[in-house]
Design a protein around this ligand. Sequence first.
Ligand SMILES: Nc1ncnc2c1ncn2[C@@H]1O[C@H](COP(=O)(O)OP(=O)(O)O)[C@@H](O)[C@H]1O
Ligand SMILES: [Mg+2]
Length: 279
Amino acid sequence: MSLLSNLSRSLGRTPTSNGVALGQVIALANQKGGVAKTTTTLNLAVAFKELGHEVLVVDLDPQGNLTMSQGMNPDDVERSMFDVLVHSLPIEEVIVRAEVDVAVSSIDLAGAELALSSMIGRERALQKALLPVRSRYDYILIDTPPSLGLLTINALTAADNVIVPVQCEYLSLRGLVQLEGTLSMIRENLNPTVEIRGILPTMYDSRTLHAREAVEMLKENFGDLVFDTRIRKTIRYAEAPVQGSSVLKYEPSGPAADAYRQLAKEVLNGAKPRTREHA
Ligand SMILES: Nc1ncnc2c1ncn2[C@@H]1O[C@H](COP(=O)(O)OP(=O)(O)O)[C@@H](O)[C@H]1O
Ligand SMILES: [Mg+2]
């Protein structure tokens, strides 16, 4: 292995043939709403940042929850990912510096699917938009809307890896099979190397048999793809965004923050640490 690729790997970057190191792009996806996609995008990003990495998060959900969770109002946003995707505005123009860099969403983004649908290269608009900034970041995390529409397809086409948060209650294995189906379609047609990096059990309540069974079922079906880290159910994750902050800033020494630090290490190491559940 060359010195460059060693160095790039230690920085979490993919070396290209022309020697430029590119940040890793990770999409957070699950077409079900309320499974902690947005919560995971922000807190994992801040955990990466704490470890010294340069991180960009991209809010690709027209609801703008990620943008809001960093204290911004998507209704006041003048230019957003909509303009980047539909009008080829350079992404730098919509990046706001907060706990991490955030490429912001606005309600306009709801019209992006329709606007993109008649454009040539409609599935690659995000991939193209990220190119000029990829060498600047170690990690680019993309928060996606609760659907498998064109915005999510753009995220999966731009991504090297996908993390799939799954709520331990109301576990929908059918939904996961559908997501895998979409991913194989993306691999065949748009992005041959995109992989599921891991499935993350969220809102885990170890006191209930139901939650433990849900994780067992995930492991039976997806084996090693299931992260050892489980994100426990706690109100902290809902409290932090009201203050416009990540849980790592809101309660730095609490178990909710530690859970995402553990996830960050698990994602970075590739190798799985021993299971340690968080209270
Ligand atoms: N581990 C958790 N325990 C309890 N509530 C959580 C947890 N993770 C997220 N939440 C809350 O659940 C709701 C849905 O989470 P969110 O991240 O917005 O999901 P999604 O982006 O998948 O729709 C939010 O109100 C969030 O604060
Ligand atoms: Mg969300």
